[in-house]
Write a protein that binds this ligand. Sequence first.
Ligand code: GCW
Length: 706
Amino acid sequence: MIKFRILFIAILFQFLSQHCEASNGYELWLGYEKMNNPVLQVKYQSVFKNIYLPQNSNDKTISIVQTELKLASKRIIGTTPQFVDNEKNAQLIFKIDTANKNIGQEGFEIISSVHAGQKNIITLSAKSKFGLLYGCFELIRAMQMQKDPSALHITSTPMLNIRMLNHWDNINRSVERGYAGISIFNWHTLPDYKDKRYYDYARANASIGINATVVTNVNANALFLTHEYLLKVKSLAEIFRPYGIKIYLTARFSAPIEIGGLKTADPLNDQVKNWWKEKANEIYDLIPDFGGFLVKANSEGQPGPQNYNRSHADGANMIAEAVAPHNGIVIWRAFVYSNEQPDDRAKQAYSEFTPYDGKFNKNVLVQIKNGPIDFQPREPFHPLFGAMPKTPVMMEFQITQEYLGQATHLVYEGPMFKEILESKINASKTVMDVLENKENALSGMSGVANIGNDVNWCGHPFAQANWYAYGRLAWNLHLSASDIANEWIQQTWSQEKQVVDTIQNIMMSSYENMVKYMTPLGLHHIMGNGHHYGPMPWGNTLSRADWNPVYYHRSDTLGIGFNRSASGSNAVAQYDPWVQKQWSDSNSCDEKYLLWFHHVSWNHKMKSGNNLWNELCYEYNQGVSGVEKMNQQWKGLQSKINPDDFEPINQLLAIQLHDAIWWRDACLLYFQTFSKQPFPNNYPKAKYNLKYYQSLNFPFAPGNGK
Ligand code: GCW
C-alpha cells in the first residue's frame, strides 16, 4: 500500500513538474520563475550575495530597486541578498555616475568583471536613479534569458524621450476600444484609495521603460480639469513618480466654456489664454512634474481651434504657452478628417498639417497614427512622417486591438510595429529615423493602451505581449519582433525550448495570418459598423461616407480597390518620389498594398500568375489555414502547459478559427457578387449564404464605451 502511495506521489510530482505553473496572468512578465539552469544559478547566487545601492535609503526609487532585487533573487535563484553599505564588500554594485559618457540621462551600463580571487563583480551605473531602475529590470531580464553573469556587458539608453501610454479611459470607467474590463483608474475612490494595482501598473511600465502616461480619453471630458479631479490625478502622479512615470491629461478644447464659465474657447482670445495659464499654474502647484496635455481637436466631433476659424497651430501654441513656464509639453494629434471635405480621407491629415510645419511652438509635438486611415490590420506608413521636418513628431500605435480581433484573437503586434518603423520614407531614411529626431530633445512614441481591470490586465492572455513589445520597442527601436517575443515568452510562460519555440512560432505567424483572413492585399476598413468586430464589407448605411466599408474597397463589376494613384485621389503623391515609384503603378506595386493604392480588374495578373480574384480567394484561405495551424501548434503543448492556462487559450483559438472562416466566407461571397467568378477548384465551400452573414448583428459588442 505504502509503495503504491509513493508511486502515486511520484507520478503526480512528475506530472506537476512537467507543467508550467498555473498563473492568472496578474503578474504579467514579472512572475520571476525559478531558474532551471543549475550552473548559472550558482553564478547568479554569488553575484546576488552582497548588493550595494547608493546610500539614500529614503529615496523611493532606490527602495523600489531594492525590493525588486530581493524578489527576483528569492524567486529566480532562491536566495536573499544582503544590502551592504560599502561597495568594497559587494558583488553587485549600483552606482550613480554622472560622468559616464556611454549613456544618456535614463540609460545604464552593466559591466561584469572578474576580480582578484576569481570573484565575479557586476557594476551597474547610471546617470540618474531612474537609469538604475531600468538597469535593475534589465539585469533581472538577463537572468531570465539565461545570460551568463560573468559575460555581461550591456550599455543601453532609450532612443526616444517620451515613451507613453494613451489610455482612452472615461470618467465613468468605461474604456473606449477597451476589451479587458473597465478602467483600472477608479476616479470615485481616488484620491484617498490607492489601489495596489496602480503600483503594479507603474512597476510593469517601468520594467519595460515606459515613462509617460495619459490617463484620460482623447475624446476628452473637461471635468478632469476641475480641482476635484486634479486632486485625484495628483494622487496617481505621486504613485507613478518613483517609477519614473510622468502623468499627462487630455485637454478638452472647449474646457474654458464648459468649466471656466467663458463664452468662447477661441485660442486668440485673451481671457481664454489666461484661463489656460491659470489652469496650468493650478495643475503644476499640485503636480510639479506634470507632463502636459494631449489634444484631439477638430476630429470626429471634438471641439478645436477651427470652430473659431483658427488653425491647429493657433490652438496648440496657445496651450503650449500656458505649460511652457513649467517645462510642460503639448502633444497635438494629427488624426483629423472630415466628411464635409470631398477629398480622400487618407490625404486629409497631410493636407491639413504640412502647411503648419515650423509654425508650432518649441514645446509642441505632433502625434501621428502609424498609417493614414485608422489602425487598420495593415496600412502603409503615414505620409506625414518625414513631411514636417521642422516639427517634432511622435508615433501613435494602437496596442488595443480595435480592428485586430479585439481581445478574442491572438495577434502579436511586434511584426506590425516593426514593419512601420522600418518603412523607408525616402532612399535614405526610415520612419525610425524620423522619430529619433536626434537634433531635438522632443521625441517619442505613444501606444493606445490595452489595459483594463481584468485579472490578467489585457483580456487575451497573449495581449500582454503587445504591451510588452510596445514598451521594449519604444526604448530600442532596433529590437526585433521575434527577440521581443522570445523574451516575453521566457519571462511569462516557460524556458523549455519546445514551449518557447512553439509559442514564438504561433506569435510570429499571427499578424500575417490575421491580415490575410481580414484584409488581404491592401483591403481596409471593412469591419462591422461602430464596434469594428467581424466582416461587413457591404456596409453602406452610416451617415458619413468615410465611415462606410464600401467607401474603402470600391468593388464593382470591373474590379476592386481604392484608386489612390495619379488617375484617382493621388494620395500616393504625398509620399517621397522614391516611395511613389514603388506604389504608383498597379503592375509593380508591392502586392500587400495593391488594393490600398489601386482599383484593379478582377482579372489583374498577380505576381503568382493567378488572377486577382483567385489570389484573393487564396489569401483569405491562407489566413484560415494559418489559424488552423496555430490551433494545432497550441494543442501540441497540452502536456506542457498547466490546464488552467492551456484551456482558455485553446478556446480562444477555436473562436479565432471560427471568425477567420467567417471573415473568409462572408467577404468572398460578397466580393463574388461583383467578380462573378467561381471559387477556385477544391476551394472550401461556405457553410452559409451571403444573406446569412449580412443578417448577423452585434448591438452589444464591447469597446464602444462612452
Ligand atoms: O479609431 C478611431 C476609434 C475611435 C477613436 C478615434 C481616435 C478615441 O474608432 O474610438 O476615438 O479613432 O483615435 O481618436
